[in-house]
Design a protein around this ligand. Structure first.
Ligand code: BG6
Length: 293
């Protein structure tokens, strides 16, 4: 299928009716639906689907820079580029394709990209939908340059939630974080679980590989399993910041939460010929009584 502006979209379906949609604009997963057809990712009603703008929603890929700490535009250029379909992906382990519906995308730097970030790379992204409806993003970034380079990375995952005040994150208790709202000062998470009552913009460091986002009202829990992604970004713009974003509704902060598998604090360094892999698996389970205290 195509976007209204002519950019290709790929739709993945599993036999039970779950689906995912991936756009070549940014290699962005724009939709992920369960068997009941319910949308699990948030996309703003004001999102602008116009390259080279980044889309407000789905799962934008932040590469080769997360945030605005480096010399590049905020969150790097990968999310703004038009990716291609990788017709001959290099072999992956059977686990990465067995019983799954998947698509392989490829991003190589353009002349223009090389001017602002002079490192040749091949970025292969496999998006797959499993028989149980879980969604996996597998990124493989290879240095095809003569010199080493370093990057930071995040799957900026916009989860759809019923009401942010009813949501909590489990798995980040006692973990250290950098607070973007306070000059990146370092704190340690104290509480039982993270809940939301104001703007949150944090990078949790060296986190466990499984994090859960519990949506009490919908009785739905998102489970994020990650590999190669030590950090977790947690972001909700809340009221004031929402009003300052042109591509985001004033009240939409109530229906979304970004929880990103990421590699930020310690940038990844690749020597010539080396490859890095970062995997994120998203699944949904109905909340159990034991997790509803
Ligand atoms: C978050 C950053 O991850 O992304 C925030 O920590 C930022 O500071 C947010 O506001 C959204 O970024 P952007 O570039 O998509 O507006």
């Amino acid at each position: 299928t195509k976007d209204w502006n002519g950019i290709d979209n790929i739709v993945l379906r599993n036999p039970r009716g779950a689906s995912a949609r991936v756009s070549l604009h940014g290699g962005l997963v724009t939709s992920w639906r369960n068997e009941q057809g319910e949308e699990l990712l948030f996309t703003s009603s004001k999102a602008i689907f116009e390259p080279p703008k980044a889309v407000r929603g789905g799962i934008p890929i932040c590469f080769p820079q997360f945030g605005n700490c480096g010399s590049l535009e905020q969150h790097g250029f990968a999310r703004n580029k038009i990716w291609t379909i990788d017709e001959s992906p290099s072999p992956l382990s059977p686990n990465d394709s067995h019983g799954k519906s998947f698509i392989d995308l490829l991003l190589r730097p353009s002349e223009e990209d090389l001017k602002c970030w002079p490192h040749s790379f091949e970025f292969r992204l496999r998006v797959s939908l499993a028989a149980d409806g879980s969604l996996t993003l597998l990124s493989r970034i290879r240095n095809v340059n003569g010199k080493p380079f370093s990057f930071s990375f995040a799957y900026h995952t916009y989860l759809s939630v019923s009401d942010i005040s009813e949501v909590r994150i489990e798995g980040l208790e006692t973990v250290d974080y950098l607070d973007n709202l306070c000059q990146k000062e370092r704190f340690t998470e104290q509480g039982d679980a993270i809940t939301f009552e104001s703007e949150v913009d944090r990078v949790y460091l060296s986190t466990p590989n499984v994090v859960a986002v519990l949506d009490h009202e919908r009785k739905r829990t998102y489970v994020l399993r990650k590999e190669g992604l030590p950090d977790v970004v947690v972001w909700n713009p809340w009221e004031k910041k929402s009003k300052s974003m042109v591509d985001f509704g004033d009240e939409e902060y109530k229906q979304m939460l970004c929880v990103d598998g990421a590699a930020i604090e310690k940038p990844v360094t690749l020597k010539p010929g080396e490859e890095w892999t970062g995997r994120l698996e998203l699944s949904v389970v109905a909340s159990t009584l034991s997790s509803e205290h």
